[in-house]
Write a protein that binds this ligand. Structure first.
Ligand SMILES: [Zn+2]
Length: 99
């Protein structure tokens, strides 16, 4: 498996690029963005400009970004806060998984 963010091999001056976590291909497109709602009634909330696209057991909400790779793979890039850090994770998806 590859990291979902890598050093760009293609564009100089833009050092990081989203990459397919399955095959490492750099050509992909953001398809949808949404809030993954946290579980804490005080600390969870909408991420401005998005709608709810799921839930997480984490206390604070996360940001879900569906990425469609030109390689044929699709994944959800998640930016999830946990104890003051914003972690970057991913989940492989199919069209049926998109909220
Ligand atoms: Zn791929």
């Amino acid at each position: 498996m590859f990291q979902p963010i890598s050093k760009s091999r293609t564009f100089k001056g833009r050092p990081l690029v989203l990459t397919c976590p399955v095959c490492g291909f750099e050509y992909c497109h953001v398809q949808k963005v949404y809030t993954i709602m946290g579980s804490d009634e005080y600390e969870a909330g909408f991420i401005e400009g998005t709608q709810i696209g799921g839930n997480t057991a984490e206390r604070r909400s996360g940001l879900g970004i569906v990425v469609d790779g030109e390689c044929g793979h699709k994944w959800e890039l998640v930016i999830q806060q946990h104890k003051g850090n914003e972690f970057i994770e991913y989940n492989l998806m199919t069209d049926e998984d998109i909220p």
